[in-house]
Write a protein that binds this ligand. Structure first.
Ligand SMILES: Nc1ncnc2c1ncn2[C@@H]1O[C@H](COP(=O)(O)OP(=O)(O)OP(=O)(O)O)[C@@H](O)[C@H]1O
Length: 398
């Protein structure tokens, strides 16, 4: 380890054993014969972290990000390889790790605090500050098993940050809880960074990764697939995710009794089909259907979701008070004029055709992620997920 490094990971390997049933495990213990399968989850990972550096880990679900963080913090032991660190690393990993559900929040502060390296006197000294940060009020005296996941997160975060770590580990857990508390945690983390603290960060929110981190590693099936600036890593990861996202194609109906098939759907903007829309300019979502017999009383709708699968905007013909009538069999196109006032980024389109009064009835198709598309904002005068029209600010003196 060099003098500026606080963490040095070398040749880390970790596999998990999988047994078909508890009986297989018992059989192996009794007979000594192998009755398990092994899956390599971390495969020869090496990297180092300098003091004050912020490093993000990106990767698809199951890529090994959380396992790597647990190896670094010592929650898990590697099969081989080393984790050298010369500072205290704390953070939020699995919600509730190190909490006894039957003890109160206050009692758990002592248990969890000791687990992450504080001694009793240090915890006594910081108890009031930890309880104030967690904002649990009288709940602090109730057993942790009665807490919501957001409350567990508050308590875990409050303890972890008061351990004066040199490096703080943030897994997706930060996305739990109410937005005001999340903002408070993020503000804390920014101050922690400004004061020279290091961060290891796992998030599927690439905007947050770019905002919080300078460097990033993309993990793919437990191996390092890319290491570089957070900006470049996010671009590569985004491109990879878009490639692997469902593309427009003939959809097969999921509903055997459906008499209407979704053939295709595509965006149209500036007189041509578009996979990249320009924010704030009129576009059209065209949905092409094959109708086998005359139908009415249906609603065709769409929902735009962001990459975290959060609903951003949806509408349907019923909400728009447009009767959807297919008087004869044939191919139909339904066009929705839409002005996508969205921030630049990747989005996914959900399409469904169902009863006009009840979306669970007469379902003809229900395509959760029919296609991915991008939105660009060439005249950037804003940031964020939505685009609100603005006029130049007016400065006036009282
Ligand atoms: N304790 C465990 N026992 C067995 N398998 C495990 C254990 N922990 C993780 N795994 C497996 O290891 C693989 C990697 O999981 P991990 O949680 O590290 O991925 P991840 O990149 O953090 O995914 P996500 O983005 O979904 O959180 C997965 O296949 C997971 O099922």
């Amino acid at each position: 380890m060099t003098s500026s490094e606080i963490l040095c990971v070398k040749g880390l390997h970790k596999s998990f054993r999988y047994y078909a049933s508890p009986l297989s495990r018992l059989r192996e213990a009794l007979t000594g014969k192998s009755c398990h399968q092994t899956e390599k989850v971390i495969d020869d990972i090496s990297f180092s972290l300098e003091r004050g550096e912020t490093l993000a880990f990106l990767g698809q679900n199951g890529a090994g990000k959380s396992t790597l963080l647990k190896l670094i913090t010592g929650i898990l032991l590697p099969d081989s390889g080393t984790v050298q660190k010369n500072i205290r690393i704390t953070g939020l990993l699995e919600l509730g790790t190190g909490f006894d559900p039957n003890l109160s929040g206050r009692e758990n502060i002592f248990i969890n605090g000791q687990l992450i390296g504080m001694d009793h006197a240090e915890i006594e000294g910081k108890l009031d500050a930890i309880m104030a940060f967690a904002e649990l009020g009288e709940h602090i005296h109730q057993p942790v098993r009665t807490y919501s996941s957001g409350m567990v997160m508050r308590l875990g975060f409050a303890i972890a940050i008061h351990a004066d770590p040199g490096c703080f580990v943030v897994d997706e857990a930060l996305s739990v809880g109410d937005i005001r508390f999340q903002q408070k945690c993020l503000a804390f983390l920014r101050q922690f960074q400004a004061d020279g603290g290091s961060l290891l960060f796992v998030s599927h929110d690439l905007a947050q990764v770019k905002n919080m981190c300078k460097r990033a590693i993309i993990l793919d099936k437990g191996k390092i697939a890319y290491e570089g600036t957070a900006q470049e890593a996010c671009n590569r990861f985004q491109a990879f995710m878009l490639e692997s996202a469902p593309q427009p194609q003939a959809a097969t109906p999921h509903f055997p009794d459906a008499g209407i098939r979704l053939n295709n759907a595509w965006w149209w903007q500036a007189d041509q089909p578009a996979t990249q829309l320009i924010s704030g300019q009129w576009a059209e979502l065209r949905v092409e259907l094959t109708v086998e017999s005359p139908r009415e009383n249906l609603a065709l709708g769409f929902m735009i979701r962001d990459r975290l699968n959060i609903d951003l905007f949806g509408t349907n013909t019923s909400l728009q008070q447009i009767p959807l009538v297919f008087p004869a069999p044939g191919r139909y196109t339904v066009a929705f004029p839409v002005k996508p006032n969205l921030g630049p980024g990747e989005y996914v389109l959900f399409l469904a055709l169902h009863d006009q009064d009840n979306f669970e009835q007469n379902v003809q198709f229900w395509e959760q992620s029919f296609m991915a598309f991008q939105v660009s904002a060439p005249h950037r005068n804003s940031v964020g997920a939505v685009y609100c029209e603005t006029r130049p600010p007016i400065v006036s003196k009282e």
